[in-house]
Design a protein around this ligand. Structure first.
Ligand code: FO1
Length: 317
């Protein structure tokens, strides 16, 4: 079964890894958010793309989920000692990725080409695509500071400012990266990973729609048989990251149901955790089939089990 997974950072990377443990590599394409990319220390940093690639390559830091395993920070420590910026923790191995990617971007190569080559070098056999080769930058509108670039909000200010809204600068002129629409056209299902709906998945949807996955007759050519989302909100909270806080600050009670409503009529199927099973009926009332299962991914086996549950759920298609 050919699957296109839409993924942001750590949660998306974990489920993509679960799928990669089951599916033949040619059956999995991961389309990754680039809205939280930014320019830092003169380098182009693509955190979600790197998180997905490192995870699929078995190179990711198991404690943080982002960055490299067995990492050192000599370069950053020395930059900070010189008075430079040390708040974004770029490790020495990780820096090699950013330096080489930035060099190739500056010489005119596209992010998708570079990602394909890096994946080959790291032994990643699945297709990993940035959502777009054109820069899109997530801007977080906050009560305290007005608009903040994403990493300024997320890492530098530790998600503490209260959010009022989001925009994706550059999205109007950003096309899906080469291969994205083709993969969607051939997929039996689109899987929206348990990533942050506001800042990991919405930027991807903003690039893809209306041409790719909205369930309208005009898009029928590209329409996959199923669009399934896995809720990142479990018992009103997130395993990691500020999605629940964002829902609350935007006046929406954080819940799996809120996530299902967020994606709305795009969804044919929805996966929610056992602790939220009381919400399944209301999601079903929206005309969306539900699966209630364990969705927490602590171990590689958990990733595989959740991926298998999702595949079994949509496989009658
Ligand atoms: N997240 C943090 O909370 N603090 C960091 O210092 C940090 C550094 C970092 C370096 C490389 C990388 O690929 C990711 C990194 N992240 C860090 C994670 C990242 O900022 C976020 O998880 C994503 O942007 C949100 O999906």
């Amino acid at each position: 079964m050919k699957i296109v997974a839409l993924a942001g950072g750590v949660g998306g990377a974990k489920l993509a890894d679960g799928l990669a443990q089951i599916l033949p590599p040619e059956d999995l394409t991961v389309v990754v958010n680039t809205g939280d990319d930014f320019e830092h220390l003169g380098l182009t940093i693509c955190p979600d793309l790197d998180t997905v690639c490192y995870t699929l390559a078995g190179l990711a830091n198991p404690e943080t989920g982002w960055g490299r395993a067995a990492e050192t920070f000599h370069v950053l420590e020395n930059i900070a000692r010189l008075g430079g910026e040390g708040w974004f923790k770029l490790g020495d191995k990780d820096l090699a990725t950013h330096i080489e990617r930035t060099r190739r971007l500056r010489s005119g190569e596209s992010l998708s080409q570079i990602t394909r080559d890096f994946c080959r070098a790291w032994g990643v056999r699945q297709v990993v695509l940035p959502m777009s080769d054109e820069p899109v930058r997530t801007i977080v509108d906050t009560v305290e500071y007005g608009e903040l670039p994403f990493q300024e909000y997320f890492v530098h200010r530790k998600c503490e400012p209260r959010v009022k809204g989001f925009r994706f600068a550059g999205v109007e002129s950003a096309k899906p990266a080469p291969g994205v629409l083709e993969a969607i056209g051939q997929a039996q299902a689109i899987l929206i990973c348990p990533s942050n709906p506001w800042v990991s998945i919405d930027p991807i949807l903003a690039v893809l729609e209306p041409s790719a996955i909205c369930h309208r007759p005009s898009a029928i050519r590209h329409q996959p048989s199923a669009t399934v989302a896995v809720s990142p909100i479990i018992g009103g909270r997130t395993v990691k990251g500020p999605a629940a806080k964002m829902y609350a600050e935007l006046g929406i009670t954080p819940s799996a149901l809120a996530v299902a409503r967020h994606y709305g009529s795009r969804l044919t199927h929805f996966v929610l955790d056992k602790v939220d099973q009381m919400q399944a009926a209301e999601v079903e009332n929206m005309g969306i089939q539900t699966l209630v299962t364990n969705t927490i991914m602590r171990t590689p086996e958990d990733r595989r089990r959740l991926a298998q549950d999702v595949l079994n759920f949509i496989s009658p298609l």
